[in-house]
Design a protein around this ligand. Structure first.
Ligand code: AMP
Length: 404
């Protein structure tokens, strides 16, 4: 199974070698990263297998969009040639899975890609202009390079496609809702993966579980998962909504945007403000990267402390807002870069939720190994740290489509 995760300035690709669905998450036997974030005409390619590494620089005078087919071709060549070769020909790949950010309400499960699916991904590009065109470009390039291999689209919105109407509906005139302005939610591949992983760890049947899953990376979102179904989530019509993030503001007063528009801001400037200049970066003025915020706090930088405090407060408010739709909570789940690696964030978020019966075991919280329960023995609410495995979740979805 080859898994592609295409972004606006990078492409991650993994190959999994599978006989059947294994009991534990297998590492990919090959993975590659193509990154043109610094300069759109130049991509850095890094390839890794269990024994070998390979790096090169790829260029294209017209930049990423036109250059992508040639760059992907060079990336795929490292699968079959040189030190990083792990298969004899591309025909050894039986299926290609793609992460696709927006599938609207139409796609509630992974689907095999055909002309209608491609048209829908293009149609939803209007809602996800940074992501869907990149996802579609990945699909089309792979179709050109390996037309014989079936492709599957796995949607980040699919896990949220059953949100109750009351959770999906914005308080705006309903003709706008009918035209598609609704809460869709994102990071669904991750929220679904960790919510399924939680049940066996808690030794409880998934049908009985009420979970709040906290995907805290550069993008952050929370989801309320009841009996395996997502019933509420913090991201909305776009991934800019909800809790504070690395560079995105999350929920702010919509009147601020109107005020700035009237002050002469352009739509592009507002887009930059909301998506790229806010969040931890905007408040601290230092970085969107939590590690740098923590380092600045250690040096006594007040703006970094304020950014951190706002982030924790936003998460606590977000978590509390998900309790009514669940009718209580059995476990909090922390995942992604911050959720998995920042014990201080977990401790500070949970410290403000003692009233809810959330109590950490401070020793377990500081340990850094594997999926685990870090709540104290007497905590009414369990607290799990789970590694999200989005690439593996996509490979597993492909296995299911193949079996079907
Ligand atoms: P992701 O988008 O999931 O890759 O997560 C990126 C975020 O995780 C960035 O804010 C990083 O600073 C944060 N992160 C990664 N590792 C650590 C760590 N060891 N301690 C604190 N934050 C971390």
């Amino acid at each position: 199974m080859l898994v592609l995760n295409a972004g606006s300035s990078s492409l991650k690709v993994c190959l999994y070698q599978l006989e059947a669905e294994p009991d534990t998450v297998p590492p990919p036997c090959w993975h590659a990263l193509l990154d043109w974030g610094e300069d759109p005409t130049t991509a850095k390619l890094k390839v890794k297998t269990s024994h070998q590494q390979y790096q090169s620089i790829l260029t294209h005078p017209q930049g990423a969009i036109t250059g992508l087919p040639a760059w992907i071709k060079a990336l795929l060549a490292t699968l079959t040639e040189g030190q990083t070769a792990v298969v004899q020909t591309l025909d050894d790949i039986c299926m290609i899975g793609h992460r696709v950010v927006h599938g609207g309400l139409r796609y509630q499960a992974p689907v095999q890609v055909d002309a209608a699916v491609k048209a829908a991904i293009a149609e939803f590009s209007e809602y996800a202009p940074l992501h869907n065109p990149a996802n579609l470009a990945g699909i089309e390039v792979m179709e050109q390079l390996c037309p014989q291999i079936p492709q599957v689209a796995v949607f980040d919105t699919a896990f949220h496609a059953h949100l109750p109407r009351v959770a999906r509906t914005y308080p705006i005139p309903q003709e706008l809702s009918a035209a598609g302005i609704q809460r869709y939610g994102f990071h669904g591949i991750s929220h679904q993966y960790v919510s399924e992983r939680a049940a066996p760890l808690l030794e409880l049947p998934p049908t009985a579980l009420r979970l709040i899953t906290c995907h805290l990376g550069n993008g952050c979102s929370l989801a309320a998962v009841k009996g395996g179904q997502c019933v509420e989530t913090t991201m909305g019509f776009t991934p800019a909504a909800g809790v504070m993030m690395g560079t995105r503001c999350g929920d702010i007063d919509p009147g601020i945007l109107l005020y700035l528009l009237r002050r002469g801001y352009s739509v592009d400037q507002l887009d930059q403000l909301v998506n790229r200049q806010s969040g931890l970066l905007g408040v601290s003025g230092i970085s969107n990267d939590l590690r740098q915020i923590l380092a600045a706090i250690d040096q006594g930088v007040a703006a970094a402390q304020l950014a951190y405090d706002c982030f924790i407060y936003s998460l606590q408010r977000g978590i509390a807002s998900l309790i009514p739709p669940l009718g209580g909570v059995d476990a909090l789940v922390f995942t992604a870069g911050i959720g998995e690696n920042a014990p201080s964030v977990r401790a500070d978020v949970c410290h403000g939720l003692g009233w809810l019966g959330v109590h950490l075991n401070p020793v377990a919280n500081e340990q850094h190994h594997g999926d685990r329960d870090i709540a104290s023995a007497t905590s009414r609410v369990r607290v799990l740290v789970l590694q999200t495995q989005e690439d593996w979740a996509i490979a597993r979805a492909c296995l299911k489509v193949l079996a079907a």
